[in-house]
Write a protein that binds this ligand. Structure first.
Ligand code: GLY
Ligand code: MN
Ligand code: MN
Length: 494
């Protein structure tokens, strides 16, 4: 959209400070603002303050999370920034996505927001969220600043934010002073807000900050009921996105960059129903399916090939799904595609069956890898015995990646949890993880018969650990090869 402030005004270049342009670029592209217009824009605006707002549905949970955090780090100031806009070019920014830690602890997603837990008393903290308040009409900020509300939309007032979040809110422009003047130890979640970090340099250490980040990663491992509901919403939208894709496979085949048609189709569903996609969609047709993170998505979608679609909708609350289906583009698997697909399906079934409370985290990976190793030996691609193959990890030439990961606000959730509580840990009810075995035969892999080359299959589902086993949140999409074919046929004719 054209920036209406930016007009060719050659006369502007001759202006002096006396002309009082509130904002002027070196290249003279801003129109000057007369005193009369500046005065006119200050007034005549209705009071739109919202009163009596109800708190966000997750406000109770965010309060409990802050209380747990407070108990873990008594007597220390804890600072959790949302992050800032990142410049794409000049005055154009990338879409903003609040930091996971900030969203988890506040339910808020406002750029530049900062949660501060201030030590209070021997063992507690007072929480304050620092936010940018409504734009000032008196100084022209709201219509002359690129981040003013006239340009980017109305913000919540601090009083409104307090009602929604259940946390006292203050002006973030006072925060640098507050942090600089404060004494005593502090911790900050690094990597989101360089300005906030700069205000804390003499009060934090890298090691202690890492402990804070690690704690917040581990705290997210077990999801509460609100989070499970959001994850189910993310998955349900993702199921609809996959259905959208199935309906347009013929159309995608007609495009030179059919993978992009698939990507755009799924993205439309993500934007209509959620915030975004939770990660770059992998729309990998034919041999591209053997490239694990194929996000260029610039290839053709051809009948006779498999399309590996790995995509997830991120909800408005920032929880994401992570689902993969490998679909025969023309609706039917060839015998070899089916053989490979069914092996991956069988491995996934074994993996899912190993997800239950009390199981070691690694169990589902081991169960899936065993099935894949067995099939690879059976097909003559590896020499047995299977135990030896597994011991040496030889199946990994074609299985390539771990069989899953935690899922939540981040697609690879809890990523900085300590090994003893994640990879070497034990599953508990409320954990949510992906189970996603795959087999990938690279197009240039001379160790497999030619007909295998260029085939890649992954099946990925989002599995919640329950009190007595697990629940497949993505069961709304078929997985068994015959069911996938029936599902495709139904949507194609719809
Ligand atoms: N979509 C990335 C993954 O499956 O881990
Ligand atoms: Mn995935
Ligand atoms: Mn995944």
């Amino acid at each position: 959209m054209a920036d209406e402030r930016i007009q060719e005004t050659p006369d502007n270049e001759a202006e002096t400070a006396d002309d009082k342009p509130i904002k002027q670029r070196k290249n003279g592209l801003y129109a000057a603002v007369s005193d009369e217009l500046a005065e006119n824009m200050k007034s005549g605006w209705a009071d739109t303050e919202l009163r009596g707002l109800t708190a966000l549905p997750q406000a109770g949970q965010t309060a409990a999370r802050r209380a747990a955090l407070s108990a873990r780090f008594p007597g220390e100031r804890l600072v959790v920034p949302a992050g800032n806009l990142r410049t794409r070019s000049n005055d154009t920014e990338y879409p903003f996505r609040a930091s996971t830690e900030y969203a988890y602890l506040t339910g808020d997603q406002t750029q530049d927001g900062v949660l501060v837990l201030e030590p209070a008393g021997p063992s507690g903290h007072d929480a304050t969220v620092y936010l940018l308040p409504r734009s000032d009409r008196g100084n022209g900020e709201f219509w002359l600043d690129g981040q003013g509300e006239l340009w980017v939309g109305r913000r919540h007032s601090l009083a409104e934010a307090e009602q929604l979040l259940g946390v006292p809110a203050k002006d973030v422009r006072t925060l640098a002073g507050v942090l600089s003047e404060a004494t005593g130890p502090a911790r900050v979640v690094r990597g989101h807000d360089a300005g906030v970090e700069a205000s804390l340099t003499d009060k934090v250490t890298a090691e202690r900050d890492e402990e804070l980040r690690s704690y917040l990663s581990e705290a997210r491992a077990v999801k509460d009921d609100f989070e499970i509901g959001e994850l189910q919403k993310a998955v349900d939208s993702t199921v609809r996105g996959f259905e959208d894709v199935a309906r347009v496979l013929d159309r995608a085949e007609a495009e030179t960059r059919g993978e992009r048609y698939i990507e755009g189709t799924f993205f439309l569903r993500a934007r209509i129903e959620g915030n975004d996609v939770g990660y770059g969609s992998i729309c990998a047709s034919g041999p591209h399916a053997t490239t694990l993170h194929w996000v260029r998505n610039d290839g053709r979608v051809r009948a006779g090939d498999l399309l590996l679609l790995d995509a997830g909708v991120e909800t408005d609350t920032l929880y994401t799904a992570d689902v993969t289906r490998t679909l025969p583009v023309d609706g039917s698997f060839t015998p070899l595609q089916r053989k490979i697909y069914d092996a991956v399906y069988e491995a996934q079934e074994a993996g899912i069956a190993a997800v239950r409370p009390g199981a070691k985290y690694r169990d589902f990976h081991d169960a899936a890898q065993r099935v894949l190793a067995e099939r690879l030996v059976e097909w003559g691609l590896l020499e047995g015995p299977v135990e030896k193959v597994l011991e040496l990890g030889l199946q990994r030439r074609w299985t390539l990646h771990g069989t899953g990961h935690m899922l939540g606000l981040d697609v690879h959730d809890c990523a900085v949890a300590r090994r003893e509580v994640y990879a070497d840990g034990t599953l508990e009810p409320g954990m949510c993880l992906t189970v996603e075995p795959g087999l990938y035969f690279q197009a240039d892999d001379l160790t497999v018969p030619e007909e295998y080359r260029g085939i890649g299959v992954r099946i990925e589902d989002d599995i919640l650990v329950t009190a007595d086993g697990n629940r497949n949140l993505s069961a709304g999409l078929p997985r068994a090869s015959a069911e996938v074919e029936t599902w495709l046929a139904g949507l194609r004719t719809a």
